[in-house]
Design a protein around this ligand. Structure first.
Ligand code: F6P
Length: 337
């Protein structure tokens, strides 16, 4: 689209200032996304307002003017310079009314929301209730949003897990132990499955398979028993089943011959400098968010499918876990004989 057409569309939509916020769990690459949104908006002559602490900043009126320099030297930083929060008040109609009033008072006409499933669900409700143009960017290490091959932060978290498991393998092998390594992703097994592939782990235990098979029994019967002195099993965190800790307890009871240990990687997975992949993804998506606003798109998340940037309606992005590729689960098994 030419600059002239953009200007026309923008004038029609009456959008002068774009607000940007990060919400929910932080993810490496959020800063690269903030930078891309801010600079693309300024390049296209919009004003930019940084909203602090996610939706909290809208409800409690913590909104600051952003300039191009506000986002200098942040592309390489993990976390989010805008801070993030999970905001209870925004889940109530009164909280959202307050948020809308503050947004209007600050002169914000459209929002870019960077976050995961919960954050984009909030965006979707707010957009419908107040007719606010909102474009979402998928920012979560869990990779659990529909319509995009990857979310911002997922690749970095995967690499963080890989580094940690490589180290654990040294001690697992020296002591001839069975290690259960718990990773994040309480409703989605992407981190567990793909880190298992990347580290040559003996198995991945993931929520998607939970009700179908006894994954631990399968693992013990088919794999670990045969020829290995040590093994690594990657387990997706699971508040319902107790995750890696519960599995290790079970092994200690049912198979006392194995020397089982647990490592929970926890929030280490959310930090650190983003990988090149996440920086590039965040930069492309950030710019695409501004293009989307100029095209008059609303209530869409920017996704990437087969290398192409796409618009995904919020209704197809949230609560639309892509589902795992079962052949990858088989691959973990085949390659660990
Ligand atoms: O960022 C997503 C996620 O990492 C989930 O996998 C995890 O269950 C959750 O956030 C934990 O986040 P918090 O400790 O911030 O509640």
């Amino acid at each position: 689209m030419t600059g002239f057409v953009y200007l026309t569309v923008r004038a029609m939509a009456g959008i002068k200032n774009i607000g940007i916020l990060t919400s929910g769990g932080d993810a490496p690459g959020m800063n690269a996304a903030i930078r891309a949104v801010t600079r693309s908006a300024i390049y296209n002559k919009f004003g930019v307002k940084g909203i602090m602490r996610g939706y909290k900043g809208l409800v409690f009126n913590e909104i600051v003017d952003f300039k191009s320099q506000s986002v200098s030297n942040i592309i390489q930083l993990g976390g989010t310079i805008l801070k993030t929060a999970r905001c209870k008040e925004f889940t109530t109609p009164e909280g959202r009314k307050q948020a809308y009033d503050n947004m209007v008072a600050a002169g914000i006409d459209a929002l870019v929301v960077i976050g995961g499933d919960g954050s984009l669900t909030g965006a979707s409700i707010f957009a419908e209730e107040y007719n606010v143009p909102i474009v979402g960017l998928p920012g979560t290490i869990d990779n659990d949003l529909g319509g995009t091959d990857s979310t911002i932060g997922y690749d970095t978290a995967l690499n963080t897990i890989m580094d940690a498991v490589d180290k654990l393998r040294d001690t697992a092998s020296s002591h001839e132990r069975l290690f259960f390594v718990e990773v994040m992703g309480h409703t989605a097994g992407y981190l567990a499955l793909n880190s298992a592939l990347a580290t040559g782990s003996e198995a991945a235990i993931i929520p998607e398979m939970e009700t179908e098979v006894d994954q631990l029994a399968e693992l013990i019967n088919h794999g670990f028993r045969k020829s290995k002195n040590s093994a690594i099993v990657i387990v997706a965190e699971n508040p319902k089943t107790g995750g890696a800790t519960a599995l290790a307890e079970r092994v200690k009871k049912e198979f006392p011959q194995y020397d089982a240990r647990v490592t929970i990687l926890g929030h280490i997975q959310r930090g650190g400098s983003p990988t090149a992949y996440d920086r590039i993804l965040a930069s492309r998506m950030g710019e695409a968010a501004i293009e989307a606003i100029m095209e008059g798109q609303r209530n869409v998340m920017i996704g990437v499918q087969n290398g192409k940037t796409v618009y995904v309606p919020f209704t197809k992005a949230v609560k639309h876990n892509k589902g795992i590729d079962r052949s990858d689960l088989d691959l973990v098994k085949i390659l660990s004989i």
